[in-house]
Ligand binder design. Structure first.
Ligand code: NI
Ligand code: MN
Length: 220
């Protein structure tokens, strides 16, 4: 699988399909300006730094959107095909499994009810957990037990999500092969040291922390 970090919480996963998660592109000071070609867009919650350009990209690329029921209703009312779901469920879109997981956060966007925030475990061939925006919560242990993600994408920015201490504990509970920190540094209010996060993870478990600059990625 090819994984590319597109700034903030936006990632592109390319295996049998091209999957874009939380496409906050326009207005994102950290967006690297790469060409996008999504088959499927997954949105964790309605905050504009995650919902971002979902509607425009879905129309442009004629791709499907997967999100919580309330966001799917919003998109559906605007003629955008959306696979609505809710936490605890798994759906398969074009051979890729999307499991919606808990996230402890809020979710709203201008004039619509965004429902609840969520995370995803996405399984094309490789299994990737995108935590969305969240606090540390005990049931991350269930995500490990049930889905065994090989790669975990965890927010470390603090203030609006987990900070370094909480995210490092999350990494140790999930104990994936690779952890990628996200949701930091985009704005001064969420400035964090990813190196400090990596050191803390290293002291707790044997997961490898891969620090990516926007536009960078790796093959797994
Ligand atoms: Ni948020
Ligand atoms: Mn956010």
């Amino acid at each position: 699988m090819k994984l590319k970090f597109l700034g903030h919480s936006c990632f592109e996963l390319t295996e049998s399909k091209n999957i874009l998660i939380d496409p906050f592109i326009s207005g994102n000071p950290a967006a690297p300006g790469v060409e996008l070609k999504p088959d499927i867009i997954a949105v964790t919650h309605a905050h504009s730094d995650h919902f971002g350009d979902t509607a425009e990209l879905a129309v442009k690329h004629k791709c499907k959107v997967v999100s919580i029921h309330e966001i799917s209703k919003y998109l559906g009312a605007r003629g955008i095909p959306c696979e609505g779901m809710n936490k605890g469920g798994t759906i398969t879109i074009d051979g890729v499994d999307f499991t919606m997981t808990e996230a402890v956060h809020s979710s709203s966007f201008r004039d619509f009810d965004g429902g609840c925030p969520a995370g995803f475990v996405i399984r094309d061939k490789t299994s990737v957990y995108h935590a969305g925006d969240t606090a540390l919560f005990w049931d991350m242990k269930l995500i490990k037990e049930l889905y065994h993600p090989e790669i975990a994408l965890l927010p470390i920015g603090d203030r609006y999500t987990m900070g370094i201490r909480e995210a490092a504990t999350a990494a140790s509970w999930l104990n994936p092969k690779i952890v990628v920190p996200m949701h930091y540094g985009t704005y001064p209010s969420i400035k964090q040291s990813p190196q400090e996060f990596a050191e803390r993870v290293l002291s707790l478990c044997d997961s490898e922390v891969v620090i990516l600059k926007p536009g960078e990625g790796f093959e797994y």
